[in-house]
Write a protein that binds this ligand. Structure first.
Ligand code: PBG
Length: 327
């Protein structure tokens, strides 16, 4: 049946009809807000390339967590700026490191928001790579025990989910074993399974002061040209015990999100990364696009592609937009 019997516009005619036939829902519970935490009493150190985001003191992070929880945001993920960086990234796995401190404080004050802990060494190493460097290259197997120690330290401090983002081979398995042995067999692992070597991490590296000091991350992060390889990464991580898998960045990889969703049955997360955020903010600041609408559209597209959960720097403002207003 075609026109004039079929008129696609009938179901678009009113807001009520559109709302009832909408295929994809965006909800604050599905969002995870990244926060950067730093030592000291300075409440906020603004991040120039990420307007609206700052490195937060622990106290300020607790305040932020309260606001996020009040808006119904499902979770937050912490990234730490250490007091000092060294070759082995030792603050990443120190029991009194910045992330464990923040986790403990937030857990106590805001028990009803999920705390995700990113596990990686790059914010903590002086060379900025995600693992231990031996002879100029990131040594996979020497990095694994350090990642395990970090995971256990974060679980002890109150992390609800452990999210390794380092892209070392075999890390999900060793982290699972370490968590189980330390008594955290119920703590889920969200693996950054398909993490691409992306230009879109630029602003994050300013925020976390984690740009590699030599070379780049192409020796461990994925080639943007590859999607079949992402299926192998996801399959391996699930075999090693990942409870949830992630695709990162989100927008340039919507096809990968879709393929993972169709092929596997674990929940899929997508990371709408710093560069994806900053591009919209920058264009909106210039009046070139409507930033709020663009953010909603982007997050909806990531859900439509198949992501169950979205990590996004828009979490707070979008949750506020989604909040039902009193008539
Ligand atoms: C690594 C990590 C990175 C991001 C999250 N975890 C940076 C990187 O690989 O360089 C980037 C997130 C973003 O750009 O928003 N610990």
């Amino acid at each position: 049946m075609t026109f004039p019997m079929t008129r696609m516009r009938r179901l678009r005619a009113t807001p009520a009809l559109r709302a009832m036939t909408r295929e994809t829902a965006l909800s604050a519970t599905d969002l995870v807000a990244p926060l950067f935490v730093a030592h000291g009493d300075t409440a906020r150190r603004e991040i120039a390339s990420m307007p609206g985001h700052a490195q937060l003191s622990v106290k300020e992070a607790v305040r932020e967590a309260k606001e996020l929880a009040a808006l119904g945001v499902g979770g937050l993920i912490l990234f730490g700026i250490p007091r000092a960086k060294d070759a082995e990234g030792s603050e990443a796995y120190a029991a009194d490191g910045i992330v464990p401190r923040a986790l403990t404080a937030i857990k106590e004050a805001v028990p009803d928001i999920l705390l995700w802990a990113d596990v990686c060494l790059c914010e903590y190493t002086d060379h900025g790579h995600c693992g231990v460097v031996v002879n100029g290259a990131v040594d996979n197997d020497r990095t694994l025990p350090l990642l395990s120690r970090a995971a256990v330290a974060y679980a002890r401090a109150g992390a609800d989910l452990i999210a390794p983002s380092d892209m070392m081979d075999g890390r999900v398995g060793v982290i699972r074993a370490a968590l189980d042995e330390a008594g955290f067999s119920d703590t889920p692992i969200v693996a950054y399974s398909a993490k691409y070597a992306s230009a879109f991490y630029g602003p994050f590296r300013e925020a976390a002061q984690s740009a590699p000091q030599f070379g780049d991350r192409s020796g461990y992060q994925m080639d943007p040209a590859n999607a079949a390889e992402a299926m192998r990464e996801v399959a391996l991580d699930i075999e090693e015990g990942a409870d949830m898998v992630m695709v990162k960045p989100a927008l340039p990889y919507l096809d990968v999100i879709r393929r993972v969703k169709e092929r596997f049955t674990v929940p899929v997360a997508a990371y709408n990364v710093s560069g994806e955020y900053s591009m919209i903010r920058a264009a909106a600041e210039r009046g070139w696009i409507d930033g709020e609408r663009a953010a909603l559209e982007v997050l909806t597209s990531i859900r439509r592609a198949g992501a169950d959960v979205i990590l996004t720097y828009f979490a707070k403002e979008v949750a506020a937009l989604l909040k039902p207003r009193k008539p």
